[in-house]
Design a protein around this ligand. Sequence first.
Ligand SMILES: Cc1ncc(COP(=O)(O)O)c(C=O)c1O
Length: 424
Amino acid sequence: MKHDTAFIRSIAAKVGTPFWLYDAGVIRQRIADIQFMSSAPNVQARFAMKACPATKVLREMAAAGIWIDAVSGNEALRALRAGHAPGNTPPVVCFTADVFRDNALDVVLKNGLLPNIGSPGMVQQLRAAGYTGPVSLRVNPGFGHGHVNTCDTGGPSSKHGIWHQRIITARDAAVSAGMRVVMLHSHIGSGPKHQELHDNLDRLATEFAEMVPLFPDVEAVSLGGGIPHNYRDPAAQIAIEPLRDLFTRCQQRISAAAKRTIRLEIEPGRYYVAPGCTLITQVHDIKETSTNEKGAGATFAMVDAGFVDLVRPAMYGSYHRIEILDSTAEPEPIVLAGPLCESGDVFTRGGADEELQPRMLPRPKVGDLVAIYDAGAYGAAMSSNYNSIGRAPQVWVEPDGTCELISRRETLDDLLKAETSERL
Ligand SMILES: Cc1ncc(COP(=O)(O)O)c(C=O)c1O
């Protein structure tokens, strides 16, 4: 999303840089797309809130009737505080994880949430806690494709879910512990190619159609998330009609196999929010290295955002479009680097070994603002306090230009508030 630079400067003057700039109109459009994709009877969309857990976003989802996939006790509590209903009739907040950590088991039990079990031992942990409610089983179907290899969520190398050939054993363990298996779930990742996503979802629906007759209590099947966002070309997004048709057909096929109505769920994360937020940062310096026997020299634009804010480029070599706002200089190869004491703190990375990849950008000047686009998914959500840096503020902009500060910049006191000198 492109904003007027004077408008962005006026926000920067109030909250400083870097900051996250949310565009409510873009997020609402993406919610409408998902509502369209899930508009057939008995198709229900969730939001995988790990992508962007801001209360403001969670409230938009609640208002649109989108349910939640939470992956930690605190995520589930955040969703409940934002207005999503507790309980499992219907299971508005589903808890998906491979491990019950911290307060997770407690939150599931106290709020009657549907646990989506990603590891067989979790059945025994629920049993030991006295749980006899409904459960969902997360299946590793043996195939799938993440947007990068480290995000593979299906196949022998994926840590997620229960291997498909062991799912009957998990079912029997749940049933003998007095739990009804009411949902089967799988997430196969947002592979880069649309046809591959369609083929994989279709293949997954076929596997589920074979499985449902063996699960007499199953009421729902989830195909997971993974609807991709095109980070390189905003004009070339996935077509939503074929996905609606696919989800409609999958719901019908699985229901026919089960000989009863089965709810089909989808739970995208990035698709809702990726284009709805821009990371705004400021240029503090320009410096150069020269070519020598070790490699080519580069021009570094030093900005105040780093991987503490947006970690995707440093973590996966992910591509984000970058714009030097209001610059008319001739494009030249520029490396955009941040303030952290880590040489990997560079936004322009990529390639097989994730090396520097200078981007053709107008040479910036000190003080220029830089927009790093499509930072709404796994952006603020993955930000950290490394180097004791406070997390950047988040600003929400309505289509009429009204701005709201939805989280302020963290201070040293915020960073220190969990430190204690408690004797154990
Ligand atoms: C279980 C589950 N559901 C949904 C998602 C959301 O994926 P995406 O944001 O690519 O749609 C993920 C992502 O890791 C996931 O693990």
